[in-house]
Design a binder for this molecule. Structure first.
Ligand SMILES: N[C@@H](CCC(=O)N[C@@H](CS)C(=O)NCC(=O)O)C(=O)O
Length: 207
């Protein structure tokens, strides 16, 4: 199995974390930004001209969420009931919304504009974290998002915590908001602790 992406956590990190947790051997290929323009049009390797892509058993898998589900499925992290699958998609979509805004803000050069956008984003983060907090409170295990088994939801949320709350371009803001969500904060910390060896030893990347 081979995963190809930039040397970033980004969209690839939940895949890396799942493969690591399930002790699946894989090649973690990291493409230099300077090499990317020369290879991106190779449709055999990159069917959509984008990454991440996963090669497995002679097939190329594209589109991050589809890869997450595929890897979760073959690793035993994809619950088989409709409600849990819905909860995974809901969490993933809500993260996507927050990260779209985060990267828009991170690219702004005027500090005035940045401040304004942060003020707009904060209530959206609060709303999202409140939903996750409520879901965790109603779950039996406080170390799992769904039931008492590791699922794709845990890997996506743990990477969001590691790469955008603990570090990342708007980490101060995310940390401020998570400070008011005790159950979510403790879930995040416990999940990060479970994968401490992985997070301590992974190659360093900006986000
Ligand atoms: N919908 C795609 C989006 C993939 C995407 O935007 N990948 C970026 C890196 S995060 C990329 O390949 N950028 C280089 C390019 O588009 O040339 C997915 O979820 O995998």
């Amino acid at each position: 199995m081979k995963l190809t992406y930039f040397n970033l956590y980004g969209r690839a990190e939940p895949i890396r974390l799942m493969l690591n947790a399930s002790k699946t051997e894989f090649e973690d290929e990291r493409i230099k930004h300077t090499d990317w323009p020369d290879i991106k049009d190779d449709k055999e390797r990159f069917p959509y001209g984008q990454m991440p892509v996963l090669q497995h058993n002679g097939k190329v898998y594209s589109q991050s969420m589809a890869i997450y589900k595929y890897v979760a499925n073959i690793s035993g992290y994809l619950p088989d009931d409709a409600d849990s699958q819905y909860m995974i998609d809901e969490a993933a979509e809500s993260i996507k919304d927050l990260l779209t805004e985060t990267f828009k803000i991170a690219q702004k050069t005027s500090s005035e504009e940045k401040k304004e956008s942060i003020t707009t984003l904060k209530p959206k983060i609060e709303t999202t974290f409140e939903v996750w907090e409520k879901n965790l409170k109603s779950n039996t295990s406080k170390d799992h998002y769904l039931g008492d088994k590791d699922s794709l939801a845990d890997f996506i949320l743990t990477c969001f915590y590691a790469d955008h709350v603990k570090s990342g371009p708007l980490s101060e803001l995310f940390q401020e908001v998570v400070g008011s969500c005790a159950t979510l904060k403790s879930y995040f910390e416990s999940r990060a602790d479970m994968h401490k060896d992985y997070f301590d030893s992974r190659p360093k990347a900006p986000y």
